[in-house]
Structure formats: C-alpha cells, structure tokens
Design a protein around this ligand. Structure first.
Ligand code: SF4
Ligand code: SF4
Length: 551
C-alpha cells in the first residue's frame, strides 16, 4: 500500500455512496422484452444480421462489428426478434433464458490472437463509461510496449458503487481477467488503484492477491478525492508517470481497465459468455430499494426503476452516470446499454438545478481545483469568444470534463458545458479539414496512378518493338525492363499509408470515443483500396518481367 505521488487540484463532493452499497449485488428480474441499440460503444454502429421473426438464444449474435472500431452485439434474452431498424433491434422473450455460449478457452495455453478474437466476437467494450472496444484497446501492443496494467477501481464519482460491489463479490475473477489482459498486452506488472472509501472491496482484493499469478499484482489504496479515477490522474498517483498532452496511457507504457471490464473479459474467455449483461448502480432518493443489480442489456430503465420502488411523484430527474459527468435522461423509455453504469433517480431537493449564472469574478477557484492544471477561467473566455487558436494553446483537449471547475464556481458558470460545445465545434472543423485533405490526397494518388500506368504502357510497347527488332536470343536491356523498382516503392508507400491510417483511427477513437470516425474509416478504406491496386500492379509487372526473361 502506498500513496506517494499526487495530481493537482481535485474536490470533495458529498459521496452519497452509502445509499447503494449497503446490499448485495443481485440479478435484476429477467425482462420480457429488450431493445438493443446498435451503437453501444465508441466507433461505428454494429450491422444487424437477424430479421424479424428469427429465434435467438442468449448470446446469439444479432449485429456484427462494422469497420475497424466497432463491436458485435448479442441477444441478451432468448426469444423472437421483433423490430429491426437502422438504430436498434428488439427481442420478445420466451422466458426460457436459453443460452448459446462459445467454447471455453484455457487462457493460460491460448495464443494471444485467439484471446483477441474472443474479445472481438464477444462484444467486450470498456464498461467504465467510454465503451471503447476491448479487442482494439488490446492491439495497442502493435505500436507500444506495455509495462503495467492498471486496474482502475478508484470509482471516484459520487453515488456510483458498481465497481465496489463487483470487487466485493468477484475479486478473484477480476484479477483473473487482469491476468488474461496482462498476457494479451505483455504487461509485467498489475497495479490496482482503489480509493480508501471501499474497505470491503479492499479486503476482498487483499485476499484475492495471493492467488493471482503469473504477473505480480500490487494493491495501492489512495485517499478519496474527485477525480482520482481519471486515467491520467490515477496513473500519476500510482506510478508517478505523466501521460503527455494529447497522448494516451500507452505512451508511458500503461493500459487501464476497470474491474467490470476485466470480469467481462474473464467471462468471455473462460465461460464463452458474450457481453449480455452488466452491473448497474440504482440509486437516488426517488427509489426505495437502491442497490446494484446485474441487468440484461436492453432492459427498459423505467421497468428497472419501478422494480426498485420508484416514487414517480418525488422524481425530478434520472441521471445516467454520476452527478458530475453523467447526463440527464430525456425519457425513462430508454434501454440499459453497455455504457450504463449508474442510474440516479433524484428528487428536486437532492439534485436541484443550478442557480442562474452571473459574471466571472476572477476568483481563481476553478484553477485551484483543476486536476489537469488547466486555466478554466481563460478557457471559458476563449470558448465563448470562439477563439479556437487560443483554446488549442490553452490545451482545451486535455480537459477531462470532470466538472470540478463548474462545481466550485461561485458564479455558477456552466464551464464544462462551454468546453464540450467548443470541443464539438473544433472537432467538426477538423473533420472538414481532414475530408478536404483526403479528397486532395485521392486526387493526387489517382493522377500519379494514371501517369504510372501510361508510362508502363509505353514501356511495354517499346519493349515489344525492341523485341521484334532484336535477334530472338538477345535479352532485353535494363532500360527496356518494366520499372519494378518504382512499383515496389509505390507498393511500400501504399502499405505505409494503410498502417498510418489504422494507427490514426485507433488513436483518435481511443483518445476521444465520442468523436465520429466516419472520415477516418473512409480514409483507411481508401488506403486499403490503394494498397490492393499497388499489389496488383506489382504482381502483373513481376509476371511480365519473368515472361520477358524466359522468352
Ligand atoms: S471559479 Fe468561476 S468566477 Fe471564479 S474565476 Fe473561475 S470562472 Fe470565474
Ligand atoms: S472540467 Fe476540465 S477545466 Fe474543468 S476542472 Fe475538469 S479538467 Fe479542469
């Protein structure tokens, strides 16, 4: 146990975790109907592969991964497929809870590619909130050397206790999931970071540590402070490493996963069980039976809250996620997804709307609490002035949207709302710029290809003419040969473009899971097309050369 390093700022909002951490983690009743959105992860939505009327079991694939950054979707109840639309698939349950599992894998002996494929086909995504596909995250080892796997069990946001309860019940399994992930990414160390407000989970982990092998596991208990569960903040706190501005934990040799994701990884590998349910914290003053439940994906939020004694006359709003970073639900007729870690059914007194905004008094409170050492006051001015150059200079994109600055602002300025809007605007501009660059690139590539094809045609014509003029046993001169060297260079360049596009796509998707990846996916597809064309040309040229040499 140690707590040697620190990140700047931070706040101490009321924890309000006692409301949901006093009872055991139990299964929510099996829903009679589920609605499964095709987009429950960062990247491209999944593509349906079932039709209305099809019979499915729990674990049947109902939508396939689409593009590189995407995730498969599985039936979470057995029954009959109802509506299949462009955004979601519904299933009417048969009450049988009949399962379809993949064959179990012994991870100790399985090849990494088999483990990776298992994560892919099981639809595993990060369950901490971002929903980044786990199989893509694991591929970070293609570009980085990973030394340490961090289990992010800080769960610093008020109200949420899903990881706490997961660890109390499944500490051994979470550590086994961590061992699988360490094997996949080549990590030599596993470090658990957990806040000191979870004594039962800490005790469960201490007991489980002794059984966890082969990679050594270290448990670090840190003081409770929001937002210690931010990846950068936790890495600083545990390992005294600074993730560079605009970079990823992998840049300092670290991969982070939360306990729920590691448990899902174990279930996928050891039990052949795809991601069909998750732990959800159900809390807030407007329900009478708060706690944590295993909930089948696609379950209606309304149904779930009603099962926990929802008092509709007291209900003011339902927040998905925590009170700092979560979002209010516009309707209760929405399903639980892979991203739903917490539902707060709050009364008006419990989470009242913020008072009206007043002008900034330049008190500097926001700056003193920022965990990234940004200047929130300046970012606020520049965001409202839409001064994008200044926003970039003041590292807007390093803001983790923790809301600590808004929380302390005496003028009640919705600072984090300003930052989100500014980020969206700048992202949109970047996408437009990338599109323009992409179009230019394609045009140039096409021109170069046409020129090369014309040159090759001429070369072939000249070679034929020379052949006809030459006595039959005279070989072609070097200048008459097909320009194999040029084609090899073009092929290598096309290959490098594919790699570059793959890297960019993976990096952007991981950095900012909310961003649209359409354009980068298109860029990758074009690079792949170009590579295919270059491969074909090279093969044809080689064939031509060998036929010339043999004639
Ligand atoms: S906390 Fe609010 S009032 Fe104080 S400097 Fe920051 S933005 Fe201005
Ligand atoms: S929301 Fe952004 S600017 Fe505000 S405290 Fe958090 S990281 Fe700093």
């Amino acid at each position: 146990m140690s707590n040697a390093f620190d990140f700047p700022g931070g706040i101490y909002p009321p924890e309000r975790k006692q409301r949901s951490n006093q009872s055991a983690l139990i299964e929510a009743p099996l829903p009679s109907r589920v609605t499964l959105p095709l987009q429950q992860h960062s990247g491209q939505p999944a593509t349906p592969c079932v039709a209305q009327g099809d019979t499915v079991k729990v674990g049947s694939v109902i939508a396939k991964r689409e593009g590189m950054v995407s995730s498969a979707l599985h039936a979470s109840i057995s029954g009959t497929v109802g509506e299949v639309s462009t955004t979601q698939i519904s299933i009417d349950g048969d009450g049988q809870d009949a399962w379809l599992r993949l064959p179990p894998l012994e991870w100790q002996y399985a090849e990494p590619h088999a483990l990776l494929e298992r994560l892919n086909e099981s639809g595993i995504v990060g369950l901490g909130g971002a929903g980044f596909p786990a199989h893509i995250k694991a591929r970070v080892v293609e570009r980085h050397t990973i030394d340490t796997l961090v289990i992010n069990a800080a769960e610093c946001e008020p109200y949420i206790t899903a990881d706490d309860l997961t660890l109390r019940h499944y500490a051994n399994e979470v550590l086994e999931g961590a061992q699988i992930t360490a094997k996949l990414c080549g990590a030599q160390h596993i470090v658990i970071g957990i806040e000191d407000n979870k004594p039962e989970a800490i005790d469960a982990l201490k007991q489980a540590l002794t059984n966890s092998q082969p990679v050594p596991v270290e448990l670090t208990v840190i003081a409770t402070r929001y937002p210690s569960g931010g990846e950068r903040q936790l890495i600083k706190k545990l390992l005294d490493l600074n993730v560079p501005s605009g970079g990823l934990p992998a840049d300092v040799g670290v991969l982070c996963h939360n306990p729920g994701t590691l448990l899902a990884i174990l279930h996928a590998v050891r039990d052949g069980q795809p991601l069909v349910s998750r732990t959800v914290t159900l809390t807030g003053e407007a329900i009478t039976q708060p706690g944590n439940r295993w909930v089948r994906l696609g379950t209606s939020v309304r149904e779930l809250l009603e099962q926990t004694g929802l008092n509709t006359s007291e209900l003011h709003q339902v927040i998905q996620g925590g009170p700092m970073m979560g979002t209010p639900l516009l309707t209760l007729d929405t399903p639980v997804t892979k991203l739903t870690n917490c539902l707060i059914a709050a009364t008006l007194e419990e989470l009242p709307p913020p008072p009206a905004e007043s002008p900034c008094i330049r008190c500097g409170e926001c700056e003193s609490v920022c965990p990234v050492a940004l200047l929130p006051q300046q970012l606020h001015w520049y965001a409202r002035a839409q001064d994008d150059a200044k926003l970039e200079r003041y590292h807007l994109f390093d803001c983790i949207e923790c809301g600590a600055c808004s929380y302390v602002c005496p003028s009640h300025i919705p600072l984090v709302v300003d930052y989100r809007e500014a980020k969206s605007r700048i992202r949109l501009q970047r996408i437009e710029a990338t599109k323009a660059e992409h179009a230019k690139h394609r045009f140039e590539f096409r021109q170069a290809r046409l020129a090369r094809e014309e040159a090759e045609k001429q070369a072939r014509k000249q070679a034929r003419q020379a052949q006809q003029r030459r006595p039959s046993n005279t070989a072609a001169t070097n200048s008459e040969k097909v320009d194999l060297r040029g084609l090899r260079i073009a092929h290598a360049a096309a290959k490098a473009s594919v790699k570059k596009a793959e890297k960019t796509l993976a990096r952007v998707a991981q950095e900012d899971p909310k961003q649209s990846l359409d354009d980068l996916e298109m860029q990758l597809a074009t690079a792949q097309e170009n590579l295919k064309a270059a491969e074909l040309q090279l093969a044809q040229a080689r064939e031509q050369q060998s036929s010339e040499e043999s004639s």
